[in-house]
Write a protein that binds this ligand. Structure first.
Ligand SMILES: O=C(CO)[C@H](O)[C@H](O)COP(=O)(O)O
Ligand SMILES: [Fe+2]
Length: 221
């Protein structure tokens, strides 16, 4: 299991001041950018040009979460835009192995996301091809939703499969992660934590990043 990493989502930040919003979280490991196309999910956010502009000013690398159809065709643009990690949804990818290899070859970390109803077991043999697996703990599309406890057993099963195969793949959780829920995720085996509304509704977002990290660290020991 890797060290604890916190990746705040800018989905619930002020889109009119994105440069300033990312400057408020210098203590984060990554900035999580939720790309939505109004087809894969019923919401629309950023495209490659906006992401490229954000990558130029962000104090930490970008962790792109692509909630877009036809990931095979559309994901490589986000590596080119300067993201350090690119996550595609397996439900939107026709050839996930080929896509993961393409992302890695272009110089980013390759990651695959699963919606709450998508099992991890069919993808066991793909783990070595991936730098990270993202387990959604809400239905993708919107920030500020309630954490789904029903996803915890899948986090445990994913960690067990990673241990079984001896891979270095990170395990990210995304959706409803807060001071109330982060310990459950860490105990289940997650090591990378997305937190959107918890960070950007806090008076001091960087202090919230530190508080989340401390809780996850404590849950581990
Ligand atoms: O992928 C997402 C939604 O589809 C977001 O990353 C996620 O919901 C973060 O926001 P919050 O912490 O408020 O749930
Ligand atoms: Fe996300």
């Amino acid at each position: 299991m890797g060290h604890i990493q916190i990746t705040p989502s800018i989905l619930n930040s002020d889109f009119a001041r994105l440069g300033e919003e990312v400057a408020r979280i210098p203590g984060a490991d990554w900035v999580h950018v939720d790309v939505m196309d109004n087809h894969f999910v019923p919401n629309l956010t950023f495209g490659p040009a906006m992401v490229e502009a954000l990558a130029r000013v962000s104090p930490v690398p970008l962790d792109a979460h692509l909630m877009i159809d036809d990931a095979d065709r559309n994901a490589p643009a986000y590596v080119e835009a300067g993201c350090g990690s690119v996550t595609f949804h397996v439900e939107a990818a026709k050839a996930p192995v080929r896509l993961a290899r393409e992302i890695r070859a272009a110089g980013a970390r390759a990651s695959m996301a699963l919606k709450p109803a998508t099992p991890i077991e069919p993808y066991e043999d793909l783990l070595a091809e991936l730098d990270m697996v993202l387990i959604m703990t809400v239905e993708p599309g919107f920030g500020g939703q309630k954490f789904l406890d029903l996803c915890l057993p899948k986090i445990r099963r994913a960690r067990a499969l990673m241990d079984k195969h001896g891979v270095e793949t990170w395990l990210q959780v995304d959706g409803g992660v807060s001071l109330e829920t982060i310990e459950r995720c860490a105990e289940a085996g997650a090591d990378v934590f997305v937190a959107g509304s918890a960070v950007y509704s806090a008076e001091d977002p960087d202090a919230m990043v530190a508080a989340l990290r401390a809780k996850a660290d404590a849950a581990r020991s």
